[in-house]
Design a protein around this ligand. Structure first.
Ligand SMILES: Nc1ncnc2c1ncn2[C@@H]1O[C@H](COP(=O)(O)OP(=O)(O)OP(=O)(O)O)[C@@H](O)[C@H]1O
Length: 382
């Protein structure tokens, strides 16, 4: 959809911000530009909507050179969201969101109806419509910024560090909201951040840039974590790259131990006589929901005396990273596997999860196609 071809930008003072960059940015996906401060991310983004003119090279949108298009029409086909939202302080929230439709000549009534619809879409309480930006929290203002950028339903959304000014919890909420909206609308989103965690959470593809405005690697988050192109990318990914990479491996094929799960009301004396009493068993409700761990040598059948099991993981939906985390946190070293309804399917200890990780790595080395499907399925739980 957006083809950046051999593009460079040299500012008037001689600074080379972007150096012979080529990137193909596909439709219906989120492409993240990430890299250290000053590596040319913002410059690249702004060249796409011609807020900055390239010094050389070509940018095409749907095959057409953007320099041949009237700049106003070009910008209206691209929503633009910046840090701190950049809202008009003297306009209400509703009128902020209605800005572009009004510029496009929509009636006030229609533009406001559209704005109200978008408030709902980005998770804003309709009661905020008549407020002014200063009466909203930072996170709410960012939502307004996203709604405003979406108002004319542009096929492309350019986002420049949109969530950087809010605290980590609000930021996580905004990222989830963006993924949900993207799931519904399927825009071509170009998203700038200097935060690798954010890039991995939301990106379908990530362009890692280095100082001097060159491309270090352009790959899916999964590929990036498993095969960084060079030491610069590796260092930028951080020390827990291996653990993070587990976020892209599915628990679907994990071998579960079903032999040590029993419903409450079982014949415990018989079980204690037959089973290995040195390792705990999982006791479930009659319907199969987990209740807690029992030590067969000492447990007297009192549900209140069970050791809490903490959190389980959902087979297929959660990744091996989540499963491993649950096993590490479990008092028994075993993670409880449940289905979508919360019914226990079995147990997985750390050794079993480690074996599944090795098997997935081997399949990856053999280039199994199902892994990329797993990776996109698991996106929401990154
Ligand atoms: N108008 C300008 N004139 C001269 N140099 C500029 C101008 N705008 C940006 N630069 C320089 O170009 C380089 C790239 O800047 P840019 O803002 O694109 O980087 P960035 O990766 O977005 O950085 P950050 O993460 O800090 O926002 C930097 O060295 C910057 O100082």
């Amino acid at each position: 959809m957006i083809a950046i071809e051999d593009v460079s930008k040299r500012y008037a003072d001689g600074t080379v911000a972007v150096d012979r960059l080529s990137l193909q940015i596909p439709n219906h996906s989120i492409t993240v530009l990430v890299g250290p401060s000053g590596c040319g991310k913002t410059t690249t983004l702004r060249m796409i909507n011609r807020m900055v003119e390239p010094s050389s090279g070509t940018i095409r949108v749907n095959g057409e050179d953007i320099l041949r298009q009237p700049v106003n029409a070009l910008r209206r086909s691209m929503g633009y969201v910046i840090q701190n939202a950049g809202l008009f302080q003297h306009r209400t929230i509703l009128d902020n969101i209605a800005t572009v439709p009004r510029l496009l000549g929509w009636s006030k009534h229609r533009a406001r109806a559209r704005a109200a619809e978008l408030m709902e879409r980005v998770g804003l309480d309709p009661a905020m419509a008549r407020r002014y930006p200063y009466q909203l929290s930072g996170g709410q203002q960012q939502r307004v910024g996203v709604a405003r950028a979406l108002a004319s339903d542009p096929p492309i959304l350019l986002m420049d560090e949109p969530f950087s000014a809010v605290d980590p919890v609000v930021r996580r909420g905004l990222q989830e909201e963006l993924l949900r909206i993207q799931g519904e609308l399927g825009k071509a989103i170009v998203f700038v951040t200097h935060d690798m965690d954010e890039a991995i959470t939301i990106g379908d593809r990530i362009a890692v840039m280095r100082t001097g405005g060159t491309l270090a690697q352009f790959a899916s988050p999964d590929e990036l974590l498993s095969s960084p192109a060079d030491p610069f990318v590796e260092e930028f990914l951080g020390a827990d790259r291996g653990i993070r990479g587990l976020s892209f491996l599915s628990t679907r094929d994990l071998e579960l131990d079903r032999s040590r799960v029993f419903p409450v009301g079982s014949d415990w004396q018989e079980i204690a006589g037959r089973e290995d009493a040195t390792s705990p068993v999982m006791v479930t409700e009659a319907g199969g929901k987990p209740l807690g761990w029992a030590d067969l040598a000492t447990w007297d059948g009192d549900v209140k005396a069970l050791e809490p099991y903490g959190q389980g993981f959902e087979v297929g939906r959660d990744s091996l990273r989540v499963a491993l985390d649950r096993a590490v946190l479990s008092p028994t070293g075993q993670a409880v596997a449940v289905d979508g309804a919360g019914t226990v399917l079995g147990l997985a200890d750390q050794a079993t999860i480690a074996a599944a990780i090795r098997a997935a790595r081997q399949r990856r080395a053999a280039d199994a196609p199902d892994l990329s499907e797993d990776a996109s399925e698991l996106k929401a739980t990154r």
